[in-house]
Ligand binder design. Structure first.
Ligand code: NAD
Length: 313
């Protein structure tokens, strides 16, 4: 299968490298010039669980891919949420009736963005527990293991989704075919919608947040806002289970010592965040359905305030 990775940052490098190592024809698309130059000169160098792997993958900017006339079977979307629309606007020439898109971004509302560019039967959604980091341009840190849950968003897309599943299986990416990926996306959005924003504003790790007397009420209230909006979209979240799942991450032996990705993006790297596609999406959707979501609205605005104070880009 010929595959393009749209957004070859941390996760794009992981998925691209693992698919390439399994023998697929993979090309990377990114706009970060130093990253492009480093990969062209030295290949993508990965610390893969302590072992160095160098993958010589072609990498293009969106302008170059447009001029190249390349066509692919599958585009895997791996930008940050707030960059997805810009990416697809820039690579429209790569998309024809046969092109499928697999969206592995965190967050909500990406189906609306992608439906502007690709027919719904060509769209697959997934969530993943794999993680990745970059230690510099062209250098990926790929530790640990993970899984991917995936499903086509309309029934007509199932046949191709199963082909993608087989390709991912062969690459050791541990995919499973989901019968309700929308539920899992909402469930994961609840985790990110509580821990990401709150740890960032409170400037703490997950364990420190979980130790606060206010943690329980904050989490319960935010999850109840997510659940009310999800219900309008046909997903009935089991709130008690979701809250127990979030609380299970507080322990120092699970993810407690971890600072969520939003904290790392904003506080450490001064980057704008995915808040508009997590709590912000619930706030927007709530307004559409006439559901009050004051905690999500407040947290979204606090994060935007912090982005402005830190001059995040
Ligand atoms: P990242 O910032 O490392 O990578 C995004 C890449 O997209 C960047 O290299 C950027 O230059 C590129 N990009 C963005 N807009 C572009 C455009 N218009 N044209 C060309 N290139 C463009 O982000 P990441 O950490 O890999 O995260 C990607 C997604 O995966 C996010 O939704 C994140 O929440 C999710 N995710 C990440 C992890 C992780 O461990 N990093 C784990 C699970 C899920």
């Amino acid at each position: 299968m010929k595959i393009a990775i749209a957004g070859a940052g941390a996760m794009g490098s992981r998925i691209g490298l693992m698919l390439h190592e399994a023998g697929n024809e993979v090309l990377l698309i990114d706009r970060w010039e130093a990253h492009i130059e480093a990969i062209r000169e030295h290949g993508l160098i990965a610390d893969f669980n302590g072992k160095e792997i160098v993958a010589h993958l072609p990498i293009y900017s969106p302008e170059e891919i447009t001029q190249s006339g390349e066509q692919v079977d599958l585009i895997i979307a791996l930008t940050k949420s707030n960059q997805l629309d810009g990416m697809f606007q820039a690579i429209q020439s790569l998309i024809n009736e046969q092109t499928h898109v697999f969206c592995l971004l965190n967050g909500l509302g990406h189906d609306d963005t992608l439906a502007k560019y690709v027919p719904k039967q060509n769209i697959i959604f997934g969530i993943t527990t794999w993680t990745a980091g970059l230690s510099g341009p062209g250098k990926a840190k790929l530790q640990g293991t993970g899984e991917i849950e995936m499903e086509n968003i309309v029934p007509a897309g199932k046949e191709f989704a199963l082909q993608v599943l087989a390709v991912f299986q062969q690459a050791g990416l541990n995919p499973t075919y989901s019968t309700n990926v929308k539920y899992s996306i909402w469930r994961k959005a609840c985790v990110n919608g509580t821990l990401n924003g709150l740890c960032t504003i409170l400037d703490c790790n997950i364990n420190q947040f979980g130790s606060l007397p206010v943690a329980k009420n904050l989490v319960e209230t935010i999850v109840s806002e997510f659940a009310a909006v999800a219900k309008q979209e046909g997903t009935n979240l089991d709130q008690a289970e979701v809250i127990t799942h979030i609380e299970s991450t507080y322990s120092k032996t699970t993810q407690g010592l971890h600072y969520p990705s939003m904290y790392q993006d904003l506080i450490k790297s001064r980057r704008t965040t995915e808040i508009d596609y997590i709590n912000g999406a619930v706030w927007r959707k709530g307004q559409k359905y006439g559901i009050a979501t004051p905690y999500c609205a407040f947290l979204t605005q606090l994060i935007h305030g912090k982005e402005a104070l830190l001059q995040a880009k």
